[in-house]
Write a protein that binds this ligand. Structure first.
Ligand code: KIV
Length: 275
């Protein structure tokens, strides 16, 4: 693994060399630092933080101000990884000029390297406008959580030939508009492969199989810290939620019983000088 900062040319080179790109979400300084030190190539400060960190039912209440704060915490921790800041609901849909200003905040105030927004061909004009302002844009198609209500819930997309064909059309429209990479969420591997074959830019998958240039997981899912629901595509690499409960219970019991603190955790009085 090179220690050099991951940039767009590095990502394109990884795609060309078929080196899988690793991508995780993070929302805070210590988690982002651990990821960066572990050699994770990209970090997404996703608006999933609305559910994983802020406790909302959906991502919709997340604001631009919140995204700037969390993106800043991640960017300050990172030396190598490429940081993508997510554009929250209604920060880019209404007006391209507003989208440009908000995307600019994620770079200028949040320190992100690029922004991500959800939606296919119908959002291509927004991708083009932000790109023309000099800001790299990641597209996001397939299951787009901000449109979950319109999609009929959090469910796999592009499961028929017709919808897979539309997925490819959306992907092509985003690439033509200037998107530098594309996230394809929760579609069958065959549909993801069609997108991968049709496009030149790096294609990252979340729950979409192996036929793409890299993988994304949500950190709270893969660490076992989000138990409201677990999508089929999640692999748990740790059970930190369980470990936290064990540690908190042990602390509570030791304080209640007087077993903590001991002399090892306290200071002695300073010696008086014999003056
Ligand atoms: O907000 C996020 O973490 C995302 C993922 C669901 C892809 O956009």
């Amino acid at each position: 693994m090179t220690q050099a900062k991951v940039t767009l040319p590095v990502l394109r080179d990884m795609k060309a060399r078929r080196e899988p790109i690793t991508w995780l979400t993070a929302y805070d300084y210590p988690t982002a630092q651990a990821m960066d030190q572990s050699g994770i190539d990209m970090i997404l400060v996703g608006d999933s933080l609305g559910m994983t960190v802020l406790g909302y039912e959906t991502t919709l209440p997340v604001t631009m101000d919140e995204m700037v704060v969390f993106t800043g915490a991640v960017s300050r921790a990172v030396k190598r990884a490429f940081v993508v800041g997510d554009m929250p609901f209604m920060s880019y849909q209404a007006e391209p000029a507003e989208a440009i200003r908000n995307a600019g905040r994620l770079l200028a105030q949040g320190g992100a390297d690029a922004v991500k927004l959800e939606g296919g061909a119908r959002l291509a004009h927004v991708v083009e406008a932000i790109t023309n302002a000099g800001i790299p844009v990641f597209g996001h198609i397939g299951l787009t959580p901000q449109s979950a209500s319109q999609l009929g819930g959090y469910r796999a997309q592009a499961r028929t030939e017709e919808t897979a064909r539309r997925l490819v059309e959306d992907a092509r429209a985003l690439e033509r508009a200037g998107a530098v990479a594309l996230l394809v969420e929760c579609v069958p591997p065959d549909a993801c492969r069609l997108v991968h074959e049709a496009l030149e830019i790096p294609i990252l998958g979340l729950g979409s199989g192996l036929d793409c240039d890299g993988q994304l997981l949500i950190v709270h899912d893969m660490l076992g810290m989000f138990d409201r629901f677990t999508p089929k595509f999640v692999k748990k690499y740790a059970s930190l939620g369980e470990e936290m409960r064990t540690a908190f219970t042990a602390y509570r019991e030791e304080v209640k019983s007087g077993a903590f603190p001991t002399a090892a955790h306290t200071y002695s009085m300073a010696q008086e000088s014999a003056g």
